[in-house]
Design a protein around this ligand. Structure first.
Ligand code: ADP
Length: 191
């Protein structure tokens, strides 16, 4: 059985996490932010170290361990009754993050919609990321060179995921609006 899901898509700092958290409290939506799953790992575990190593340089963690960790998280969430496949819509944020991950997950995900939070203002993104770095104590966001690198990785590796899913299910949303308006636009497509 495939998981019914929607993807929150966009550059780092575009507001995927903010929207995902709100959608995730609506009954029958389950939010999964791949970056949060990584950040919840113990820093002294093998995978925790791998995450710190790659994210600290602004790079993506290799696909296999990423997908394996994600599957474990979904299985655990199902087992403890937080996620009910079949009844709930999975709100994915930060995964799939390149075309290869989308291909690996092709038989696992039934993607009903891709919400592309598009920001035209890169400086605004950088500002948001820097503010978040302090607030959430995120090492990967602290350094300006790393932030620029993450935006480049997004353009080169993540953006092509949009064409993988195709225009029919991709909904473009102006991410430079107030969070409440962004939410309103997402909900407009969902209901
Ligand atoms: P943002 O919200 O700024 O887009 P995330 O919290 O989603 O950032 O991700 C932070 C870091 O975690 C990424 O830069 C990357 O190193 C790692 N990461 C998260 N999701 C994935 C993924 N699907 N594949 C590979 N690396 C990932």
């Amino acid at each position: 059985m495939k998981y019914n899901c929607i993807l929150l898509f966009g550059a780092p700092g575009a507001g995927k996490g903010t929207q995902g958290k709100i959608l995730g409290v609506i009954p029958h939506f389950f939010h999964c932010a791949c970056g949060d799953v990584f950040r919840n790992l113990r820093a002294d575990s093998d995978l925790g170290r791998l995450f710190i190593d790659y994210s600290g340089k602004g790079q993506l963690v290799p696909d296999e361990p990423t997908i394996e960790l994600w599957r474990q998280f979904i299985d655990n969430s199902t087992r403890i009754g937080r996620f009910h496949p079949g009844q709930d819509t999975l709100v994915l944020d930060g995964i799939p993050r390149n075309v290869r991950q989308a291909e690996i997950l092709r038989d696992t995900l039934d993607v009903k919609g891709v919400f592309y939070l598009k920001s035209v203002n890169e400086e605004k993104l950088v500002e948001r990321i820097q503010r978040r770095a302090i607030k959430e104590n995120r090492l990967d966001d602290a350094n300006l060179d790393v932030i620029r690198g993450r935006l480049k990785v997004y353009e080169q590796e993540t953006k092509p995921v949009l064409s993988f899913y195709g225009n029919q299910i991709v909904h473009q949303i102006n991410a430079d609006q107030m969070p409440a308006k962004v939410l309103c636009d997402i909900l407009g497509f969902l209901i």
